[in-house]
Design a protein around this ligand. Structure first.
Ligand code: NAD
Ligand code: MG
Length: 397
C-alpha cells in the first residue's frame, strides 16, 4: 500500500450511506483503499462492490449467503475473503490494518461493530446514530479510553462540528456557545392535515422531499423521530444539554445546522443536500477534497424558510426529548420501540399515526435503570422490543 493511503472498512456498504461512501472513495484512489465491505443479506450488490473495490474482506450476516458470495468471487477471479456473522463485523471494524471505519449499519445491529472500532482506537465516521442513542455514555467512554476519533456523518452533526470552535470538547459554555440549532426538513407530511396521517402508506412515508435514504430513516424523517434521535446524538457528541438544542424546521435543507454564540454570531454550514459532503469532510478531515457534489447555487434557491416544530403533529420529537431528560436506559427504550414500530408500519401491521403511541407506551412500561453497562442497555432493548410488539398487536386487534 502506498504511504499515506488510508484503508477503510465500510459497515453497511450496500446501503444509502455505504454507496455514497464508496463513491467518494472511488474519486480518490490515491488517498483511500478499501479493507472490508459488509452487508446484511444483499449478496448481489456486495458482489458488484467487491469486484470494483477489491477489499481484503467481505462480510455477510448468514453463512449460506457468505458461501454463495465466496463462490461467485472465486469464479470472477477476485481474492476477497468472505466472512459471516456479528463477530466478523467486529473483527473487520477493529483490524490493525484499518484507519477509517464508516459505521453505516442501520439500527441497533450497528452498535457492537462500532464499539469494536472505538476499542481499537480507529477514526470512526458515525452515520449509525442509533448506536449513540442506545448507549451514548458507554460509547463516548470507549472512544476516550482508546484514543479513537469520532467524526459525525449525520449532515446536521457534521455541520455543527464544522461550526464549533476547536476545543469545544472542554465544554460548550466555555467556548461561548449558547445554542445548537438543529435544522429539520419537516419531512413529507409537514403540511398534511393531521387527520390524514392515519392513511399514510410506506411508499408515501419513504418519499422524502430532499434526501434519498434507507427506508427506516425515511420513516423516521416522516415522523420526525429522526430529529428526536439527532437531539440525543447531539447531546452525546457535543455535550449539549437538551435546553441548548433547538429544532428549527427549514424545508429547503440547505442550511444543515447552526451554532449560535454569546456575541450574537450564528455560524451555519450550507450545501446541497447530498450526503457525500459530510462523508468526504469526515474521510479527508482536516483536508478538503472533491465529493462530486453540485456547487450550491444561491440564486437558484433564492429563499430560505424557517418554522417552529409542531410537537402535536410530531409527538415522536417530544418523546425523544422526554427520553433524553429521563436518561439511563430511556433512550435505548425509545430507540428499540421505534425500530419495532417502524418495522411494523413498513410491514403493513401498524398505522403510521400509531407509531408514536407504541413508543410512548413502551417508555411508560420499561422501568428506569442506569445505562452503566452494555448488558443493562441490551436488557432494556430486549424488554422494549417485547413490549412494543405487544402494543403493535394490541393496536391491530
Ligand atoms: P440503508 O437501509 O440504506 O442501509 C443499511 C445498511 O446496513 C445496509 O448495507 C444493510 O445491509 C446493513 N444492515 C442492515 N441490517 C443489518 C444487520 N442486522 N446486520 C448487519 N448489517 C445490516 O440505511 P442508510 O440510509 O444507509 O442508513 C444507515 C445509517 O446511517 C442509519 O443509522 C441512518 O440513520 C444513518 N443516516 C443515514 C442518512 C442517509 O442519508 N441515508 C443520513 C444520516 C444518517
Ligand atoms: Mg440527519
Amino acid at each position: 500500500m502506498e504511504q499515506g493511503k488510508k484503508l477503510v472498512t465500510v459497515l453497511g456498504a450496500t446501503g444509502s450511506i455505504g454507496v455514497s461512501t464508496l463513491d467518494v472513495v472511488a474519486r480518490h484512489p490515491e488517498r483511500f483503499g478499501v479493507f472490508a465491505l459488509t452487508a446484511h443479506r444483499q449478496v448481489d450488490k456486495l458482489l458488484e462492490q467487491c469486484l470494483v473495490h477489491r477489499p481484503v474482506y467481505a462480510v455477510l450476516d448468514q453463512a449460506d449467503d457468505a458461501g454463495r458470495l465466496a463462490g461467485q468471487l472465486r469464479e470472477a477471479g477476485c481474492a476477497t475473503e468472505v466472512l459471516a456473522g456479528p463477530d466478523a463485523l467486529a473483527r473487520v471494524a477493529g483490524a490493525p490494518e484499518v484507519d477509517l471505519v464508516m459505521a453505516a449499519i442501520v439500527g441497533a445491529a450497528g452498535l457492537v461493530p462500532a464499539l469494536a472500532a472505538a476499542r481499537a482506537g480507529k477514526r470512526i465516521l458515525l452515520a449509525n446514530k442509533e448506536a449513540l442513542v442506545m448507549s451514548g455514555a458507554l460509547f463516548m467512554q470507549e472512544v476516550a479510553a482508546h484514543g479513537a476519533t469520532l467524526l459525525p456523518i449525520d449532515s446536521e452533526h457534521n455541520a455543527i462540528f464544522q461550526a464549533l470552535p476547536a476545543g469545544f470538547e472542554r465544554g460548550l459554555q466555555g467556548s461561548g456557545v449558547t445554542r445548537v440549532l438543529l435544522t429539520a426538513s419537516g419531512g413529507p407530511f409537514r403540511r398534511k392535515p393531521v387527520e390524514e396521517l392515519r392513511d399514510v402508506t410506506p411508499e408515501m412515508a419513504c418519499a422524502h422531499p430532499n434526501w434519498v435514504m434507507g427506508r427506516k430513516i425515511s420513516v423516521d424523517s416522516a415522523t420526525m423521530m429522526n430529529k428526536g434521535l439527532e437531539v440525543i446524538e447531539a447531546y452525546w457528541l457535543f455535550g449539549a444539554e437538551a435546553e441548548r438544542i433547538e429544532v428549527v424546521i427549514h424545508p429547503q435543507s440547505v442550511i444543515h445546522s447552526m451554532v449560535s454564540y454569546a456575541d450574537g454570531s450564528v455560524i451555519a454550514q450550507l450545501g446541497n443536500p447530498d450526503m457525500r459532503t459530510p462523508i468526504a469532510h469526515a474521510m479527508a478531515y482536516p483536508d478538503r477534497v472533491d465529493a462530486g457534489v453540485r456547487p450550491l447555487d444561491l440564486f437558484e434557491i433564492a429563499r430560505l424558510d424557517f418554522e417552529r416544530p409542531d410537537f402535536e403533529r410530531f409527538p415522536c420529537l417530544a418523546h425523544a426529548y422526554r427520553a433524553l431528560r429521563e436518561g439511563g436506559v430511556a433512550p435505548a427504550v425509545l430507540n428499540a420501540s421505534n425500530e419495532v414500530a417502524v418495522a411494523s408500519f413498513l410491514d403493513g401491521r401498524l398505522r403510521f399515526d400509531r407509531i408514536a403511541g407504541v413508543i410512548a407506551r413502551t417508555l411508560d412500561a420499561v422501568p428506569a435503570a442506569p445505562a452503566d453497562s452494555l448488558e443493562a442497555v441490551f436488557e432494556a432493548d430486549r424488554q422494549a422490543r417485547e413490549l412494543a410488539e405487544g402494543f403493535v398487536s394490541g393496536f391491530a386487534s
